[in-house]
Unconditional design. Structure first.
Lengths: 291, 259
């Protein structure tokens, strides 16, 4: 795996930081207040690092704190214990080196596709003409040239995801956080999107943290799969490198013999957690609060 | 479009039947025209007002009061709506007072406004503001509270400051709610103006009606009501145009449920 060649944009960073680590969780715990005085521990003692330029997938049972993990990396949540670091700097407030692709539809419905894509640039006080030109380029890049003036409700679910992807990438983030971004799409659209994502990633070499409950998707896309245990108090219980050749086609790669081996290895650990998550989730019990 | 106009003949028919019935009943003296006037007399009076031009200064006064009352009421409503939605302390302290103020029948304020602001435009505007304010306030408040948290988080991740959030997310979101109540709030601004004029003024449609009533001029009262109805329809039409322009991004049919 090739390390990123771009110099980090943190001139005031201490010299001793490790340049190749994009994201680091050091013994991170996160608790939520639940009705009354009790707290729900979503994460407990989570430690891992993501290398610069690495495509890292995180799998785990539903309600296992995967979204919490991303929200911590994004700086939308603060850890109750431990520390989250981005490029050697503790994440304090919004993580400015990261972009976030949400599971939900988060395009602003009152802005056109173009206006949505250029929003990040305008918020960074870039001139309008420049932002527009850049947004045109990015829309073309995600295959939506000609849809600039459409409003989100005039686009299909897959197209909205493409706009959201362009919206996140236009600001040039170092880290891309993705929370089951394609889970609402139909299978065909989803595979197209996954391939496009890989193409863009291949060109841009962003660091990606991709959360999913779909193990096949995780393996097909990533360099490494982290396995989270079932909540409460989810931890990282496995880290599996995926050495399938690149560039990949997500449909083809599933037929690769090594794919099955990796799948089997990861599933062995994951299966118990899924069953545990299923068993502990009795009806009527409150689910882990989502951030 | 064809569906909209399909019922037009029937709608016109109902109107024609009512007018003919009214005309016949008064002409044949089944009812006293002194109390009920006559469609022909009313039409004549309205035409005479417009030909002589005497009605225009009244129309202008009512229009001015309506617009000013709407703008001031909506402006205050948005301001307070934002303050309440964004600050739990503000909403906590002022909530009971707002409830009391909203429960008060606003007509009782008209005399005090006349004392404070005189018989001119200002007292009508003040009265209209008390009516418009609450509609816009509640809708702004609701609009901001209903904003999807993930919409805010996404915009934050793109680099938005709190002020950017207001401009790009909170205000447009509240605007949807404010605009959905636009017909009601503009209507109330007009009610404020006309009732204010009726209770004491030197010009305006409410004043015209009150004057006619004072001289037992039933034709004048009905003619004033006719002009007022036409005026209301015109304003409603303008509001619809504005609404259509500002909400052009919305799906034409009712919005599909968001998951």
């Amino acid at each position: 795996m090739k390390a990123g060649v771009r110099t980090p944009s943190h001139p005031d960073a201490p010299p001793e930081r490790r340049a190749d680590v994009a994201l680091e969780f050091a013994n991170v715990g996160c608790r939520f207040a639940v009705a009354g005085r009790t707290t729900y521990p979503a994460l407990e003692g989570v430690s891992f690092t993501v290398t610069r330029g690495e495509f890292c997938a995180v799998v785990g049972p539903t309600g296992g704190g995967k979204s919490t993990l991303l929200n911590l990396a994004a700086g939308l949540l603060r850890p109750s214990a431990g520390q989250v670091m981005a490029f050697g700097q503790p994440v304090d407030g919004i993580n400015r080196s990261a972009a976030y692709l949400f599971q939900q539809d988060v395009l602003l419905p009152w802005k056109t596709a173009l206006e949505n894509v250029m929003l990040g640039l305008l918020l960074r006080r870039r001139p309008l003409g420049e932002a527009q030109a850049e947004a045109h380029r990015w829309l073309a890049r995600v295959g939506l040239a000609g849809f600039e003036t459409r409003y989100p409700h005039q686009l299909s679910g897959g197209m909205r995801k493409r706009v959201a992807l362009a919206q996140s990438l236009i600001v040039g983030p170092e880290i891309l956080l993705m929370d089951e971004p394609f889970s609402a799409l139909d299978v065909q659209t989803r595979e197209l999107m996954e391939n496009d994502l890989l193409t863009i990633w291949q060109e841009e070499r962003k660091t990606v943290v991709f959360v999913t409950h779909d193990l096949e998707e995780a393996i097909a896309l990533s360099d490494r799969v982290l396995v989270l245990s079932a909540g409460p108090g989810a931890r990282v219980i496995g880290s599996h490198p995926v050495t399938l050749p690149r560039p990949r086609d997500v449909t083809e790669v599933r037929l690769h013999p090594a794919f099955v081996d990796v799948y089997r290895a990861i599933w062995q650990g994951l299966r118990g957690e899924v069953l545990r998550a299923y068993a502990t989730r009795t009806p009527g019990r409150a689910e882990a609060p989502r951030a | 479009m064809s569906g909209r106009f399909r019922l037009l003949p029937y709608q016109v028919g109902v109107f024609a039947a009512l007018v003919v019935l009214w005309q016949t009943m008064t002409q044949e003296k089944w009812v006293d025209p002194f109390f009920f006037s006559q469609p022909t007399a009313i039409a004549q009076r309205v035409a005479q007002w417009f030909v002589s031009g005497s009605i225009y200064r009244h129309l202008w006064a009512t229009a001015l009061e309506t617009v000013l009352a709407f703008l001031a009421g909506a402006g205050l409503g948005v301001l307070f709506g934002f303050a309440f939605a964004r600050s739990p302390a503000v909403s906590g302290i002022f909530d009971p007072y707002l409830k009391i103020a909203n429960a008060l029948p606003r007509v009782v304020l008209a005399p005090i406004f006349t004392l404070w602001f005189g018989l001119g435009v200002l007292s009508k505007v003040a009265f209209g503001v008390t009516l418009v304010f609450f509609i816009v306030f509640f809708n702004t408040y609701q609009g901001i509270r209903e904003v999807d948290a993930s919409l805010l988080n996404n915009t934050r991740m793109l680099g938005a400051s709190e002020r950017d959030l207001v401009r790009h997310v909170l205000f447009p979101s509240a605007l949807v709610w404010i605009l959905s109540s636009l017909h009601t709030s503009v209507g109330l601004a007009l009610v404020g103006a006309v009732v204010g004029e009726y209770l004491g003024a030197g010009r305006g449609l409410g004043y015209v009606i009150a004057q006619a009533e004072g001289t037992f001029d039933t034709t004048g009262v009905f003619a004033g009501m006719t002009v007022l109805a036409g005026f209301t329809l015109a304003i409603d039409f303008i509001v619809t145009m504005i609404e259509r322009r500002l909400l052009s991004w919305k799906p034409a049919v009712s919005q599909t449920a968001r998951v």
